[in-house]
Write a protein that binds this ligand. Structure first.
Ligand code: GTP
Length: 375
């Protein structure tokens, strides 16, 4: 049954696009040599220096009348590690300084007191951070909340003179110095979750659109909040370029204040370079959806509102939708508005053209920015 429905849908798309492959596009531009990656990359060079271990202590315990009773110098504490931890609380590397130094361990003390171990220096990095060594090899992939990478180990604390002799008759004037921490250089790279993020109210048709244009198989249902976590897919183009897209769970009024599925989904949106608003134009006054969505985004992050925006006005197959689409176009004449039916494949090629053009433009300006940085 399902495969029959799929066949019918594919036939419909073919009628619309008149192409043998329903979703792929002809290359609009020759693929330039820099367009090999499907990810936008943010980079930072860092040097991580572990803390030095505390020195061991030399101390001679004396008892009555200054009589020598044995060595009692304690050990030094361990130097701290520099640790990178993936966290949704940060979205870029702006807060990370180029030299990350962990604190030193405390020196040992007399009366067999050991110095304290230094607390580790934990630096939060965005989820999706890749750690590379100076040879460019990937040594860490921080793709989940809470995943940690020890970038530089702290040095061990030195032994105090107590360690070197247990004999009360000897006076060992020896101790160890604490070892130095590691000193390592890395490149941090941030992979965006997807180039395009679908933003929309629940039930707008985001999952249906993702299914239509990629091979992803998100759940589709006629009730809101079917999508509870982001689904990723790749749009394949005829020139073998692929663009990553993410179906983000539906936003509602109050999401920025953590209502509904809350703020974490707006955080996902922050990792997309383009926001594709999926708006159900079969509803009354569908432009209200855009205002609700942008209001939530704006409350969450003004910067997010500066991202490129495209509107996919969905469900144009429904009665009254064409009329609404006209008004929507007039209201948002400053944006690209494509009327589509994600369910029946109407104007999907047109939408994919818009996504591709925008992607090519962004890649070009990213290339120029990198060239400028290198000068
Ligand atoms: N008529 C029509 N119905 C559609 C279209 N696109 C999606 N639908 C229907 O709308 C309902 C919701 O679609 P979904 O794709 O699950 O919507 P969603 O935005 O992912 O929903 P959430 O998971 O709640 O965020 C389903 O019943 C779809 O079949 C369309 O172009 N035309």
């Amino acid at each position: 049954m399902l495969s029959q429905i799929r066949k019918i849908l594919l036939m419909q798309i073919r009628t619309v696009t008149n192409k043998s492959r329903p979703v792929a596009l002809k290359a609009m531009k020759k693929k330039s040599s820099n367009q090999v990656s499907q990810y936008f990359i943010d980079e930072r060079y860092i040097r991580a220096i572990g803390g030095k271990g505390g020195d061991g202590c030399i101390s001679l315990l004396r008892v009555w009348a200054n009589e020598f009773a044995g060595p009692d110098g304690g050990d030094g504490g361990n130097g701290a590690h520099v640790v990178l931890e993936a966290s949704t609380d940060v979205n870029d590397f702006k807060h990370i300084s180029s030299v990350l130094e962990a604190p030193d361990g405390e020196n040992g003390m007399n009366k067999d007191c050991h110095g304290k171990n230094a607390p580790h220096k934990v630096v939060r990095v965005p989820i999706g951070t890749i750690v590379k060594n100076i040879r460019g090899e990937v040594v860490g992939d921080l793709e989940k909340e809470g995943v940690m990478f020890v970038a530089a180990r702290g040095g061990a604390g030195g032994k105090g003179n107590h360690f070197f002799s247990t004999s009360v008759n000897k006076t060992p004037e020896v101790c160890e110095y604490g070892a130095s921490g590691e000193d390592v250089a890395y490149t941090l790279e941030l992979r965006s979750m997807a180039h395009v993020g679908f933003i929309g109210l629940p039930n707008a048709g985001k999952s249906t659109l993702l299914r239509m244009i990629t091979r992803a198989k998100p759940k589709i249902a006629s009730y809101p909040f079917t999508t509870l976590k982001p689904h990723l897919g790749m749009i394949p183009y005829d020139d073998y370029e692929q663009i990553s897209v993410a179906d983000l769970p539906g936003l509602i009024s109050g999401s920025a204040d953590n209502r509904g599925l809350g703020i974490q989904f707006l955080k996902h949106a922050e990792r997309c370079n383009t926001l594709l608003f999926v708006i159900d134009v079969s509803l009354d006054e569908p432009w209200e959806a855009y205002y609700i969505l942008t209001n939530e985004i704006n409350k969450f992050s003004e910067e997010l509102m500066t991202r490129k925006q495209i509107i996919a006005a969905n469900k144009i197959d429904e009665p009254g939708a064409e009329e609404n689409l006209k008004i929507l176009r007039e209201k948002f004449s400053h944006l690209t508005v494509v009327g589509i039916s994600a369910k029946f494949g109407t104007n999907i090629t047109q939408l994919l053209d818009v996504i591709r053009e925008n992607y090519d433009e962004q890649m070009e300006s990213e290339k120029l920015r990198k060239e400028k940085d290198e000068i």
